[in-house]
Design a protein around this ligand. Structure first.
Ligand code: SF4
Length: 280
């Protein structure tokens, strides 16, 4: 992160979405604004939820939570070898919203908004208010027809964007459609919501997540042990107590978790939260 964040400011009760709000909440300085942050904001979405804003130590210019979410002018440096679709989703997308890379599982990308926007996201060209949006009803029909017509699909992984940004009603509709497809046995949600917006994990959302009747897994994305704050742990407890299995997913990030002590603390925080360490 550029600039100094050493002025303690009150934590925002609303999500932070603009460069001006980053300055108002003490996460960037006016000098940072002058250094191309507006240009970064034009290209890539900004989003810092109140729960995440509260975790950032404004006295630490290298704060590992800030590094993940506060935009930096360096984001505009794009190397010639970088691609807009670095993991090659498009090459494996037979119909809109589906990525079928391995025979027995598909990604279902129903929505492309998130409660936070991670600066390192490998789908950053697709997510955000100017991203791919939500699948239309017609596209959703085609995606479900594809899953139904491929009996080798054993697992459906809801990702995005952030699948738990869907309302309980819309999520339940998707789950009920999966319920009707016998060969799908596992439903997995890739999400950051229990950490970044823990209050969203309520009874209605959990009921919707379980409406497929399939075995449900959550792969929880968190990268630093401080993200497993008390409210996040309580949200995970509500999910695990409901019978959903939780596993972890973390991204190895320079200046965030690229040392053994931080990674060990992160894995222990997952285990303490009943989240089984799964992949890094
Ligand atoms: S929450 Fe996930 S999809 Fe959204 S910006 Fe972060 S890494 Fe990307």
């Amino acid at each position: 992160m550029s600039g100094q964040h050493n002025q303690l400011k009150p934590t925002s009760a609303r999500p932070i979405r603009t460069p001006a709000e980053l300055v108002e909440t003490g996460l960037l300085t006016a000098e940072d604004l002058a250094s191309s942050i507006d240009a970064v904001a034009e290209r890539y979405a900004i989003g810092i939820s109140p729960a995440i804003a509260a975790l950032i130590d404004r006295n630490d210019p290298k704060d590992p939570i800030a590094r993940q979410f506060v935009p930096d002018a360096a984001e505009l440096n794009v190397a010639p070898e970088e691609r807009e679709d670095p993991i090659g989703d498009l090459a494996h997308s037979p119909v809109e919203g589906i990525v079928h890379r391995y025979p027995d599982r598909v990604l279902l990308k129903a929505v492309h908004v998130c409660p936070v926007y991670c600066r390192f996201c490998f789908r950053r060209e697709m997510v955000g208010p100017q991203g791919l949006g939500t699948l239309s009803p017609e596209a959703m029909d085609e995606a479900f027809a594809y899953i139904a017509n491929h009996p080798e699909i054993w697992e459906v992984i809801l990702t995005g964007g952030e699948p738990l940004m869907l309302s309980p009603r819309r999520l339940a509709e998707i789950m009920q459609r999966l319920h009707a497809i016998d060969h799908v046995k596992i439903v997995r949600f890739h999400t950051r919501v229990p950490v970044v917006e823990p209050e969203r994990i309520n009874e209605a959302l959990i009921t919707a997540m379980k409406a497929s009747g399939k075995t449900a897994y959550i792969a929880l994305h968190a990268n630093h042990p401080r993200e497993l704050a008390p409210s996040a742990r309580e949200a995970c407890a509500r999910l695990v107590d409901s019978g959903i299995v939780m596993i972890s997913q973390s991204v190895l990030l320079k200046g965030v978790n690229d040392d053994p002590d931080t990674l060990a603390a992160l894995m222990r925080a997952f285990v303490e939260t009943r989240v089984k360490p799964y992949y890094l």
